[in-house]
Write a protein that binds this ligand. Structure first.
Ligand code: GLA
Length: 732
């Protein structure tokens, strides 16, 4: 049983194979958070809450005389504004025009087999085989008013993850105004915890950053309307001594692709509260009688085996229970994308020449990137006009796709459906469809504006244009791009909607369109993208099984980007391509082999003019393709181990994939510095079977030797050299 309820003691315990999570309803009806951590059977952790009279820690109004009862330091399951708790809150709401004030107490609960769903929002799901998944709903009610909050818990016992969401319901007669509705809050007892977050910028996403938590509030988030390049909606809290292989680690991931907020507060007594959810900057959402509001889902995971254990847990859960696409268990096409090969300067002949090379190299697909529609020879015009520019292309989309198909390749295409250029027919017809503040010139990003996806007619137009494109040719793949931060958020329909609410309506609109596309075209491979990895989040993974990880295709910078991404996301979702050198983003020159090894870390492809490959590189590309095909299952479904961090070792970075049955492993190493008179370096493998014997370049070693002693690495022969080797178990 994943959910255990002690009715007498009013204790709710969520049990997974890796963790225990516990809450208790106290004598006042307050839902306390008593424990989250390593699996602990049959323990009521409420003894850890010691009632004490602390100065300046007050009592809720109905708790007369007992100065030892204060919600200002008790660990709370869903802290709210207005009941004497001065720490960060999960919920702030009240009747419209009145002071926001709540005091939630236990009302009821229910449990059922399977996983709850959230209408219009991405959420983890249970597959038919997942008989272990259960849901707990706990409903809380305001002490004074008909305001209800139901906390949802999805318990994936075998996967070791717990999901959370909160649904607010107004059953009163007045209008309820929500100012902040977070998905989850977790209170940790006083302990030295580090916070790991993944910051970045365009072309440099998800950089690993770890620091201690000082007293006060540490906050990350995005106010850009997207999850953003700058911060990722995934954080890890871990014990100060946690490493890749040991220590307590708590991962918190938000299934949301818009603005978000995650705050960690170390309070006056050293306890830590983490809350995560929707960005609440200028957020105001009104609920009339009978209406509800659902917070996006948060996923919590605990590992007592360090960061690796945490990543493996999340990666598996996302691979099996978040990504829905029919592609998740299929080999992804090895593709060539024309962006860095041609940018906007192409016509059918140029594309067909690349396709011919791709076919003779043995690739699976050609993807036509930006510039094929409307008037679009640079990035200043055309967005919104999703009609093929036959004059530029020299043929119809169908003809192009057919000719590419005739070569034995599939055809994919780029779209950016959420955007509108001022220089477009769409804008000339519907200038009010773009977000803009009346009477002001809108702020531009990449010289484009953002469509108001809160409007049905806009979403309908998006759906029709996507249908029109997908039905005009044999298209197997769409790269769904989104190339600016959202700004001037104001709807022409109702300029009074708060910006925070409109940002959220935008994301709900986006999810509606993505849902439409994924349901209508179940075989279509959708790749997410936002100037690379500006919307690399678990919300998007529900719709798109892979996401273009970064516009930075330099293999060496990708080491850190992909390293950071691997903490919270499956590597099969990381789209990565081999591009030319000097690299277009930073000018670096790296060997072709190294570019291949880095790109094979995820969904593999090329992004260059194949016709310009040297004979040597052509041969290497053939090797890469054969290698990727051969080990496809391992790359997609194997366990991914970070072996040597690009932050801790200046000389090389290493990672590996190990088959779930431990019969096969792949070790990849990229050298990042060279030295005269070097001594042989080694890397210790992980995740092998200690007793099993593995063949490595003709010699046989025990798994234990490879994990404890390590593999001796060949010495690098040139700058940014690399090494990839397969280890196969030798059957006794
Ligand atoms: C974004 C994407 C790129 C490319 C361009 C096209 O920047 O991340 O890969 O598709 O748009 O304009």
């Amino acid at each position: 049983m994943a959910i255990r309820i002690d009715r007498l003691a009013k204790v709710f315990t969520l049990q997974t194979d890796k963790s225990t999570y516990q809450m208790k309803v106290d004598d006042h009806g307050t839902l306390l958070h008593t424990y989250f951590g390593a699996m602990a059977e049959e323990t009521d952790f409420s003894y850890l809450i010691v009632p004490e009279d602390h100065g300046y820690c007050g009592q809720p109004g109905d708790v007369a005389g007992d100065r030892t009862y204060s919600l200002d330091y008790y660990p709370l399951e869903y802290p709210v504004h207005g009941n004497g708790d001065y720490r960060i809150k999960a919920l702030k709401a009240g009747w419209k025009g009145q002071v926001p004030c709540l005091d939630l107490r236990y009302a009821s609960h229910k449990t059922y087999r399977g996983k709850y769903a959230l209408e219009g929002l991405p959420a983890l799901f249970a597959n038919q085989a997942d008989q272990d998944v259960e849901t707990l709903e706990i409903t809380l009610k305001d002490l004074y008013e008909e305001i209800y909050v139901t906390l949802f818990y999805g318990v994936f016992e075998k996967k070791g993850v717990i999901t959370r969401s909160a649904v607010v319901e107004n059953r009163g007669d007045k209008v309820l105004e929500l100012r902040r509705v977070m998905s989850a809050g977790i209170d940790f007892p006083a302990e030295n915890l580090d916070l790991i977050r993944f910051y970045g910028k365009h072309t440099c996403e998800r950089q690993f950053e770890r620091s201690g938590l000082f007293h006060g509030i540490t906050e990350i988030g995005s106010t850009r309307g997207t999850s953003s390049h700058q911060q990722n909606p995934f954080v890890i809290l871990c014990s100060r001594d946690a490493t890749e292989d040991s220590g307590d680690c708590y991962g918190v991931s938000l299934l949301y692709s818009g603005g978000f907020k995650m705050q960690a507060e170390r309070d006056q007594f050293g306890s830590v509260r983490l809350v995560c959810g929707l960005q609440d900057d200028d957020f105001s959402w009104e609920l009339s009688k009978g209406e509800t509001f659902a917070a996006p889902e948060a996923v919590l995971a605990y590992s007592g085996q360090g960061l690796t254990g945490l990543s493996l847990c999340l990666q598996e859960a996302y691979q099996d229970n978040l990504i829905r696409s029919s592609w998740k268990n299929k080999r992804r096409p090895i593709l060539v994308n024309n962006w860095e090969a041609t940018y906007f300067d192409f016509h059918a002949d140029k594309l067909l020449a690349i396709a011919e090379q791709a076919a003779s190299l043995g690739l699976d697909m050609l993807v036509l990137d930006d510039g094929w529609f409307g008037k679009r020879d640079d990035d200043n015009s055309g967005l919104g006009d999703w009609q093929v520019n036959e004059a530029k292309l020299g043929c119809s989309l169908r003809e192009l796709a057919d000719r590419i198909n005739d070569m034995g390749l599939e055809f994919g295409i780029w779209m950016e459906p959420e955007m509108i250029s001022e220089d477009s027919d769409l804008y000339r017809a519907h200038p009010d469809w773009a977000f803009r503040v009346p009477g002001r010139v809108p702020n531009r990003g990449r010289n484009q504006l953002v469509l108001d996806l809160s409007r049905k007619e806009v979403r309908d137009y998006m759906k029709q244009s996507i249908d029109h494109v997908l039905e005009s040719a044999n298209i197997a793949y769409v790269k769904w791009d989104m190339n600016r931060s959202i700004d001037c958020v104001c709807s022409a329909v109702d300029p009074s909607i708060s910006q925070g609410a409109l940002y959220h309506r935008y994301v709900l609109g986006l999810y509606e369109v993505l849902e439409y596309v994924t349901v209508r075209y179940p075989e279509l491979l959708l790749e997410g993208c936002s100037g690379g990895g500006g919307r690399f989040d678990a919300g998007m993974l529900y719709y798109t099984p892979q996401i273009w990880c970064s516009d930075n295709t330099d293999a060496i910078e990708r080491l850190k980007i992909q390293y950071g991404t691997s903490f919270g996301y499956p590597m099969s979702a990381v789209s990565a391509h081999v591009s030319v050198c000097p690299n277009h983003q930073n000018g670096r020159v790296t060997p072709f082999q190294t570019r291949g090894i880095c790109a094979m870390q995820g969904a593999f492809g090329y992004e260059l003019d194949l016709g310009r490959l040297s004979g040597e590189d052509w041969k290497e590309a053939k090797r890469q393709i054969a290698w990727y095909r051969k080990y496809d299952e391992l790359f997609r479904n194997g366990r991914y181990y970070r072996l040597v961090s690009p932050y801790e070792n200046q000389d090389f970075t290493a990672w590996s994939y190990v088959a779930k049955d431990q019969s096969l492993a792949l070790l990849s190493v990229v050298y990042t510095d060279l030295h005269a008179n070097p001594h042989a370096a080694r890397v210790k493998l992980k995740g092998l079977s200690g007793q099993a014997r593995y063949r490595l370049e003709g010699k046989v070693y025990t798994g234990a030797a490879l994990m404890l002693g390590g593999v001796i690495l060949p010495k690098p022969k040139q700058n940014y050299d690399s090494y990839m080797v397969c280890l196969e178990q030798v059957l006794p």
